[in-house]
Design a protein around this ligand. Structure first.
Ligand SMILES: [Zn+2]
Ligand SMILES: [Zn+2]
Length: 382
């Protein structure tokens, strides 16, 4: 356990948990390593000792100020760890359970009750506002409030408070410190293929952008027996890895004068499905133009809250669909077990994307992600 001490003067019920955390104090500045105190658990909350937490693009966007967030704050939303305490109304989890933390959702709105919690009506306040719905914060440093609750967890810390809802129990025989990215990036890529595009066996799939999200889409395409899987990226090492993970064709767009033409030569009537993890106007247009008629394109690449794109209506009118997706349309309680079974079967080897760092190296981990040197950095606590 981390540093947990009873405060004698406060009586036997009050136990103050302190954690090592990476705190964002100023946009665009390195995270600072600090000791923080965690609040007493609310009724439906659990306290998790973090074993590992992935660095996701959304953390980096928030650290750079692209996602508005009250500061100081603790980021991190791909946590995995062991439950060490539960609130009084928690029923489905107990001390000692291994959990992967995913995004938070209310569980009660129209979208949550129709199995699309990624579009929860309270998604923004539950995941982005840095406080509980009642306005209280979960973290303190001395007399200062620190904003937690980032994606219902703030897991760039040795301890995190999550909700019973967004803590998904996982088997204990798996490498817990590596599982966190299943809760966001990997779920986003694989879920977009398996829950939204839903290719039939033999269907073709094109994936633009081979970070963790895009490579998860490639692995998922292979796992559901797609035919041609076309991987597109400007990084030769990522193209090679995509080939090892299931891509049948690899294209470097800087090495061709007409990517759409190249794809049409590979799949003469166009691809059945395409997936954009880049988010640029040019890539979204290409991902739409290479589709057969009808065909389906999913876009997940996030470029900020205001980001206009221009597409040709003529391309859509051919029965094509363009769908924006959050978190792979996945209910993590149902989907993470699916991904774990694929991993066990050797069909979703996501651990090949991961390099581990210590918490003290978190700014190096972020830099390695930004530069592309590492596909999925994971902060491991040992
Ligand atoms: Zn909801
Ligand atoms: Zn994420």
């Amino acid at each position: 356990m981390d540093t947990t001490s009873a405060v004698a003067a406060a009586g036997p019920a009050a136990v103050v948990h302190t954690a090592h955390a990476a705190v964002l104090r100023e946009e665009g500045r390195p995270l600072s390593l600090e000791e923080v105190e965690l609040a007493e658990l609310a009724d439906d909350e659990v306290l998790v000792q973090i074993a590992g937490v992935g660095v996701c693009h959304t953390d980096i966007s928030a650290a750079e100020g692209v996602v508005p967030l009250p500061l100081p704050a603790v980021l991190g939303h791909e946590g995995a760890g062991v439950v060490i305490a539960v609130g009084p109304r928690v029923r489905s989890l107990g001390v000692g359970d291994h959990v992967v933390l995913s995004y938070d959702f209310c569980g009660e709105c129209r979208n949550c009750t129709t199995k699309t919690p990624a579009y929860c009506e309270l998604f923004a306040p539950l995941n982005y506002f840095g406080e509980r719905l009642d306005g209280t914060v979960t973290l303190r440093a001395g007399e200062e409030d620190i904003h937690g609750n980032w994606f219902g967890q703030s897991s760039f810390a040795s301890l995190a408070i999550a909700d019973e809802r967004n803590a998904v129990r996982v088997p204990k025989d798996l490498p817990l410190h590596l599982l966190g990215p299943l809760g966001c990036g990997l779920q986003t890529g694989a879920g977009s293929v398996m829950n939204v595009l839903r290719p039939d066996e033999g269907d073709s799939l094109a994936v633009f952008g081979l970070g963790a999200v895009g490579l998860a889409a490639v692995m998922a395409g292979r796992a559901v027996n797609c035919g041609e899987i076309i991987a597109v990226d400007i990084n030769p090492a990522r193209l090679e890895l995509a080939r090892e993970l299931g891509a049948t064709h690899c294209i470097d767009p800087t090495q061709t004068s007409d990517l759409v033409w190249d794809v049409m030569n590979l799949v003469p009537n166009g691809v059945d499905c395409s997936f954009d993890a880049v988010g640029s106007n040019q890539v979204i247009r290409q991902a739409l133009e290479i589709l057969r008629s009808p065909g389906h394109c999913v876009t997940v690449g996030f470029r900020g809250l205001e980001h206009d794109i221009t597409i040709d209506q003529g391309h859509l009118l051919l029965g094509r669909r363009l769908t924006g997706v959050i978190e792979g349309d996945a209910d993590p309680r149902a989907f993470l077990p699916v991904l774990i079974e694929l991993y066990r079967a050797g069909k979703f080897p996501f651990d090949r994307l991961i390099e581990t760092f210590s918490l003290a190296q978190i700014n190096d981990a972020i830099a390695a992600s930004t530069s592309g040197a590492v596909i999925k950095p994971v902060i491991a606590f040992r």
